[in-house]
Design a protein around this ligand. Structure first.
Ligand code: ADP
Ligand code: MG
Length: 245
């Protein structure tokens, strides 16, 4: 039995006083596990993964990430954020910094790494996502697929134990989706824990250990990708799959 690295225990969250966005979430992710989260728009997928690095806070239940329980304790939040990398739909690169500067900023200023070391490590990651030759360009000079690979390399520079992806290919033109998914597949082969919100079935089938289906703030169903896609159990997942397939 693998060790748990993320544990949601009856987690509930509301937006404002009465919008109940996460309902009794129970979820244990083990070290090295690769999870795909899918479900209709508005079902709470982004909120769920954003709670893991405290971009959103939950109000009830317990959420523990690599042995640290997330509460209002600022030190615990900092500890967790050091272990968790995140990639967003809209890349979120700093437009006024070069690709290389986007990657070295946090290791230098937060991690206190000397510039030379930070640049060396950054170049390693840029090579890994096959974009080293663009290091001195600005993000807006790159295609969407290239920008997203830079965002992935930036997250990897901080050596996270866990990577969160929130629809990383949804803003990309179809011909660029594969270059980003290829990088994610490569990353998955290195044993990092991954939670990825995506509707890319091919990716889910290739790398996911488990698919989690959410609807209306709940985890409605979870299964291996093959079982989930071929043999969905609930009416809600059947309805969802009939729309995306
Ligand atoms: P998904 O990622 O599955 O589309 P989200 O987690 O983004 O779903 O959102 C779930 C629900 O919560 C949606 O109805 C959304 O409008 C609402 N919501 C998301 N963020 C906020 C917010 N900051 N304040 C209020 N409501 C929000
Ligand atoms: Mg979302």
């Amino acid at each position: 039995m693998s060790e748990p690295i993320i544990t949601f225990n009856k987690v509930n969250k509301w937006y404002g006083n009465n919008y109940h966005v996460l309902r009794d979430i129970d979820l244990t992710v083990t070290k090295g596990e690769r999870i795909v989260v899918c479900g209709p728009s508005g079902s709470g997928k982004s909120t769920l993964i954003r709670c893991i690095n405290r971009l959103e806070e939950h109000q009830q239940g317990n959420l523990t990430v690599d042995g640290v329980e997330l509460t209002d304790d600022v030190k615990a939040i900092d500890d967790v954020r050091k272990k968790v990398g995140m990639v967003f739909q809209q890349f979120n690169l700093f437009p006024h910094l070069t690709v290389l500067e986007n990657l070295t900023l946090s290791p230098m200023w937060v991690g206190k790494m000397p510039k030379k070391d930070a640049e060396e490590k950054a170049m390693e990651q840029l090579k890994r996502v096959r974009i080293a030759e663009q290091a001195n360009k600005y993000p807006l000079q790159l295609s969407g697929g290239q920008q997203q690979r830079v965002a992935i390399a930036r997250a990897l520079c901080l050596k996270p134990k866990i990577m969160l992806f929130d629809e990383p290919t949804s803003a990309l033109d179809p011909e660029m989706i594969k270059e980003v998914l290829d990088v994610m597949v490569e990353m998955a082969s290195h044993g990092i824990t991954m939670i990825c919100v995506t509707h890319e079935m091919g990716f889910a089938k290739a790398v996911a250990d488990r698919v989690i289906f959410m609807d209306q703030g709940q985890i409605v169903e979870q299964n291996t990708p093959t079982e989930f896609f071929n043999n969905p159990q609930s009416d809600r997942s059947k309805d969802f799959l009939s729309k995306i397939l």
